[in-house]
Design a protein around this ligand. Structure first.
Ligand SMILES: Cc1cc2nc3c(=O)[nH]c(=O)nc-3n(C[C@H](O)[C@H](O)[C@H](O)COP(=O)(O)OP(=O)(O)OC[C@H]3O[C@@H](n4cnc5c(N)ncnc54)[C@H](O)[C@@H]3O)c2cc1C
Length: 483
């Protein structure tokens, strides 16, 4: 069974999983009002896979799985694969205006990357390589929706995990038997965990030290595993109409903390076990970054394009789109989109074949540039919305329905713009507010700043691994020598 639709995804969610919201256990996540919007938007993505006009792009035959799978599961082997994968990511991202950061393709790509580099996992034992490959086949065959949780709780950063005042807080192995390993402790932040099918855990950042072996495990489990609890943040999914909350009523993906209470993980789902050396190398040597950043930068391109459109329309609504300073601002926004867009194309153009596994990897340096600039660009463009919207952003009525109330005409006049009715302008302002003023909008700024890890660490990694450095320095040395 591959290529699910929305209905099969939703029906799989009522599986006894333990999800907590506001101190109460959620009996059926698929029907819980606070998750409805996100569940529906994920279901829509699965439905798209069955539309005649999208099927060829969103799915493909996989040699590894030996059947048709979602495009994001494909392991790319030539430039055409990379192009089609990017176009598939973009199509899904556009469907939600780039607002679903953890859409299923994100982790599908990550898992495909791990499977493609199974040789890396074989270093921890030959079963580990087949575990990764079998798990990838299982998830792709069943078109499952995964989430992942990497981080430990923010405890004392000056101490190792085993040195914390309570060494049991961070997730670690507490026992093992012939069937598998038993883990207890906490991981965060698993976006979409309440309504995902599977959870992948791989600890991050890759700075594990001697003494932390029991914390250094990579594995995957179903979200309804016994002893696994999911704890939610407050929902930002406003329950009004889509006209009043155009984005937050549809695309608020839930962020969660996962708590393990003696959760059993069978050996066949264990990919790295108590191995700090391997874990510290995993992020780099599994080459997951090359494939995941190709997806995340594509999604960001779609999102920035949406934000750009809001700024443009706000300018037009006031008849100032041709003023020099406004054109300059819009030009600045357009440049940001193009830089992010260029990172994926440049990465494809400079892709290199890995002869060990025959995979064509997009160029990492190009993609990392996008991941480093996204956290700067996105908040800057959101600020442009604030600037362009000005006071009108807090002038909107509570609901769009007020245009039909006794004060409708007053509101119409108060919000009218240049060649745009008050009602149309209000609709635009409501989209703008969801991006720049609502809790949903605030969470999105935080997401773009953090989803790829802390930016400083990312930049240090860029510098550490900068493989064009020698070329630049070589030229510089020649220049000096010739003086
Ligand atoms: C909306 C959202 C969704 C997310 N979704 C997911 C998800 O699906 N899965 C997942 O695994 N993770 C997810 N994350 C987590 C994300 O990867 C982290 O937030 C990010 O890596 C930053 O880590 P942190 O939160 O631990 O912050 P920290 O790394 O603790 O940083 C907090 C502050 O401390 C500073 N700092 C950190 N270490 C040091 C140090 N040694 N010395 C001095 N200063 C230091 C940092 O510079 C920063 O200012 C999500 C985060 C957000 C905000």
């Amino acid at each position: 069974m591959a290529i699910r639709n929305g209905e099969t995804y939703i029906s799989g969610l009522c599986d006894g999983r333990e999800v907590w919201y506001g101190g109460e256990r959620v009996s059926d996540v698929s029907k819980f009002s606070q998750f409805q919007a996100a569940v529906r938007s994920i279901a829509e993505l699965y439905d798209m896979q069955h539309l005649e006009e999208h099927r060829a792009l969103l799915s493909c035959y996989s040699e590894e799985v030996e059947e048709e799978v979602g495009r994001s599961f494909q392991i790319p082997r030539n430039p055409e694969d990379l192009r089609l994968k990017r176009e598939a990511y973009f199509l899904w991202a556009r469907a939600n205006c780039g607002m679903i950061g953890r859409s299923p393709d994100f982790l599908n790509v990550m898992l495909a990357a791990l499977a493609a580099k199974k040789s890396f996992f074989a270093e921890g034992g030959k079963d580990r390589a087949s575990n990764v490959l079998d798990y990838y086949r299982f998830v792709a065959k069943n078109d499952l929706f995964m989430t992942h949780a990497l981080l430990d709780p923010q405890l004392d950063k000056g101490k190792l995990r085993n040195e914390q005042s309570d060494p049991d807080i961070c997730l670690r192995v507490v026992d093992e038997n012939q069937d598998g390993i038993i883990l207890s402790g906490i991981k965060r932040i698993a976006t979409a965990a309440p309504y995902a099918d599977e959870l992948l855990v791989w600890p991050f950042p890759p700075t594990f030290q001697e003494g932390e072996e029991s914390y250094a495990n990579v594995f995957a489990i179903p979200m309804n595993s016994k002893g696994l609890k999911t704890l939610c943040r407050p929902s930002f999914s406003n329950s009004g109409t889509t006209r009043d909350f155009p984005l937050s009523s549809r695309f608020d993906e839930m962020d969660a903390t996962v708590v393990f209470d003696e959760v059993h993980v069978p050996w066949e789902r264990v990919f790295v076990y108590k191995n700090i050396v391997l874990l510290n190398r995993m992020y780099r040597d599994s080459r997951m970054r090359e494939l995941t950043a190709h997806q995340t930068n594509t999604r960001l391109e779609a999102k920035l394009g949406f934000v750009y459109s809001v700024i443009q329309r706000l300018a037009e609504a006031q008849g100032i789109e041709n003023r020099p300073e406004v054109m300059e601002m819009l030009g600045e926004a357009a440049v940001k989109i193009e830089v992010i867009r260029s990172t994926t194309r440049s990465a494809e153009y400079q892709a290199t074949l890995d002869h060990e596994n025959g995979v064509l990897y997009p160029d990492l340096a190009s993609l990392q540039a996008g991941r480093a600039l996204g956290p700067i660009y996105y908040p800057e463009m959101i600020d442009m919305i604030r600037k362009m919207g000005g006071g009108a952003l807090v002038q909107v009525p509570v609901t769009m329905a007020e245009f039909d109330s006794p004060v409708g005409q007053d509101i119409e006049k108060a919000l009218r713009g240049a060649a745009i009715s008050g009602q149309e302008k209000t609709q635009l302002l409501k989209v703008a507010w969801d991006l720049c003023g609502s809790e949903f909008g605030s969470r999105h700024e935080l997401y773009e700043k953090n989803y790829a890890g802390e930016r400083g660490a990312l930049l240090m990694g860029v510098q550490r691994e900068y493989y064009r450095k020698d070329d630049h320095l070589g030229h510089f040395n020649e220049f000096l020598e010739a003086l």
